[in-house]
Design a protein around this ligand. Sequence first.
Ligand code: UDP
Length: 321
Amino acid sequence: MQRVQGKKLRYLISGGAGFVGSHLCDVLLSEGHEVVAVDNLVTGSARNVEHLKREPRFQLIEANVCKPLDIPGPFDTVMHLASIASPKEYLARPIETLESGSTGTRNMLELARRDNSRFLLTSTSECYGDPEVHPQVETYWGHVNPVGPRSCYDESKRYAEALTMAYHRVHGLRTNIARIFNTYGPRMALNDGRVVPAFLDEALRGAPITVYGDGKQTRSFCFVGDLVNGLILLSRSEERYPVNLGNPLELTILEFAEAIRHVTGTKVPIQFCPLPEDDPKRRRPDITKARTILGWEPVVPLDEGLRETVAYFQTVIAATV
Ligand code: UDP
């Protein structure tokens, strides 16, 4: 693995004003690097990078990565995070979601090719679809419904992986692919529909927690700080094939609802609602590969990460009333 020894690098981060992207910008800047974030602010928010306004090594460019981009380089590393990531949002905007995975990825790969920079694609555990192999290991090809409602996200990310590998094979680009599992933490949008903000919003308002289906489906939740460390390590490695980044602690959604009640100190009831179509039944990353080649594993316990997230949402809620 290549290590960056004190060298100051120039990064281009698409989706840099998003939930994960903004934390990534923070860590790279704290390491002394220069960061240009490009974001169309559709699901990201300028508020997420507001604290960087006076940072001379940071720049936010408001632009859509699906349109032709002429961002002055050169960059040492391009990291492509721009995407609609919440099922509620991508079900509402399937064509834009397909575009950011396809045209958006192509445009970012072209920028990396222009500068002969490193390129990291943020892909997803959704590449495994509703998995028949458990836990999910990178060599599993997945079980995706190509025409179901989630296909706009799943298939565009699978295409993005194929395109990234093609740029590596054809142009010799130094690429990495991260398959990101469920992630949570401060700066998630309270209304983005994903289970962490949804449950926390409900619990903090004293409303019933809405569990879809019977709540026996599972997910594994990784704190955003852990994920960002994994992304940075991967972007400096020579691994070209996908690497899972996620927390292997697997919970049913009902167990997760209980954890939310515990951390918020509330006793709100559970309300059951219909399960969305093609909702994966089980999900847990096998992170042997990340442990072996990156020396990475999550270190933030769920209760600690949730406490930090609750504190963030409390300030967001307080600012809106
Ligand atoms: N979910 C839920 N209530 C909600 C939102 C989500 O029970 O208000 C469930 C959803 O059906 C899924 C899991 O929580 O089984 C995780 O959903 P999320 O939208 O966060 O992401 P996914 O892992 O499905 O991409």
